[in-house]
Design a protein around this ligand. Structure first.
Ligand code: FAD
Length: 384
């Protein structure tokens, strides 16, 4: 006999921003349990998004810093701009706000508990965890980009990874409040890109990342990160400089989800590849698509009073086109050469700053398409 206390309408695997945002919304009408393998409210990631997406979910309080320009280049003469409303998120505040909302919606929160496997039963799905078995009619796989379930069931077509290593640096003498993505020092192969995302006039999330077919060992990136901190044209460090208190690192998969799904399991957030591959911006996409996902889930529960729910999430055509375009742009970068990166910079220059912002933010409009198509043809021709 099944313990009914262990049965909820939905089990959400993963208490990252995707899992918590969707749980807080679904929890208003359905019974929801979140299972997180680590402590809730912590992350080794940082997030950049567009202000309007935070406002859309009443999360503007999580905004830490706003800036209007991003610069991408090799800083050997070639660089391009993106112009728009960039907002850097305070990850601790964002996760705290979402956790409070989950608690207010009556969501069951289970931390330090790992989901080990999922099995199908007659009327529901059984979720085996390190805390025993739980049951639900629907599972949201919000376990992130390296989702063990997505890879086990081969639900992704992976092309490569962004391997990222960095941290939050304080007491910097920043020379500009632009977001920077640059090839500064390029020892070795593939060449690391240095990224600076200001969080105040004297602090920033800084990291090095490598775009390649294979994941790169964090230790290799750690060494490159040290070199970049002390030798770059964008900031100097002053005597009170601190770093590595708050390490930010991980992998962002580059690829796309396959159509075939697991019955009763809806992958969301980075696990659902709801991301634009060029930016690795799954959080952006979670914020953008959250209400659509919730409507799809509610529709499933309204139309089926018992048994496993099979939601079919349809995404807008413009989103699919945008993702495909970004994947086409990022694929040539997987060879890790400086010349591929330079060709991307040339493409971005041809497209123009406000269109680059819309491209990065997955919000291209139909009127952007002729310029993009022309520049893309040129880019792909020279990437052969
Ligand atoms: C350094 C770095 C910087 C980034 N910057 C940005 C950015 O600026 N903008 C942006 O949009 N995206 C960024 N990303 C991508 C980022 O991963 C996603 O945007 C975001 O974290 C996706 O949220 P998520 O909830 O889908 O997944 P995650 O944040 O990865 O959360 C998944 C959760 O699932 C848990 N989990 C995994 N497996 C299990 C299991 N078996 N059982 C229980 N729990 C499990 C994990 O512990 C984790 O808490 C960045 C990533 C990295 C690594």
């Amino acid at each position: 006999m099944k313990d009914t206390k262990r049965l909820t309408d939905i089990i959400v695997i993963g208490g990252g921003p995707a899992g918590l945002l969707l749980s807080s919304k679904a929890g208003r009408q359905l019974t929801v349990r979140v299972v997180e393998k680590n402590r809730l409210g912590q992350t080794s990631k940082f997030w950049l998004t567009a202000e309007r997406r935070l406002v859309q979910h009443d999360l503007a309080a999580a905004a830490q810093y706003r800036t209007k320009r991003a610069t991408l280049g090799t800083f050997q003469g070639s660089f391009a701009f993106a112009e728009g409303q960039f907002t850097v998120i305070n990850d601790t505040v964002l996760l705290r706000l979402l956790l409070e909302r989950c608690k207010n919606s009556g969501v069951h929160l289970l931390e330090n508990t790992k989901v080990l496997s999922i099995s199908k039963q007659k009327e529901n799905l059984a979720v085996q965890t390190t805390d025993g078995e739980y049951y639900a009619r629907l599972i949201l796989d919000a376990s992130g980009g390296n989702s063990p379930f997505a890879s086990t069931f081969r639900l992704h077509r992976l092309e490569g990874f962004y391997s990222i290593f960095g941290g939050h640096l304080e007491n910097l003498n920043l020379k500009s409040d632009d977001i920077i993505g640059a090839h500064v020092i390029h020892f070795g192969h593939p060449a690391p890109i240095f990224e600076i995302i200001p969080t105040s006039s004297t602090s920033a999330f800084c990291c090095v990342f490598i775009i390649a077919k294979e994941a790169v060992d964090p230790q290799r990136l750690a060494k490159s990160f040290e070199e970049h901190i002390f030798h770059n044209p964008f900031f100097t460090v002053n005597q009170q400089f601190t770093h590595n208190q708050d390490l930010k690192m991980g992998l962002i998969p580059i690829g796309r989800i396959k159509r075939r799904g697991m019955p009763g399991v809806l992958p969301v957030g980075e696990a659902g590849m709801l991301q634009s591959p060029l930016l690795g911006a799954a959080l952006n996409e979670v914020l953008e698509q959250a209400d659509r996902i919730i409507n799809c889930i509610m529709y499933g529960f309204r139309n089926q009073s018992s048994g496993i729910i099979h939601p079919h999430l349809g995404l807008p055509l413009t989103k699919t086109l945008n993702d495909r375009l970004q994947l086409a742009l990022v694929k040539p970068l997987l060879d890790g050469t400086l010349s591929s990166f330079e060709r991307l910079v040339e493409f971005l220059k041809a497209v123009g700053p406000s269109r680059v912002y819309r491209l990065f933010g997955t919000e291209l409009e139909l009127r952007d398409m002729p310029t993009i198509a022309w520049a893309l043809a040129h880019y792909l021709l020279h990437s052969q």
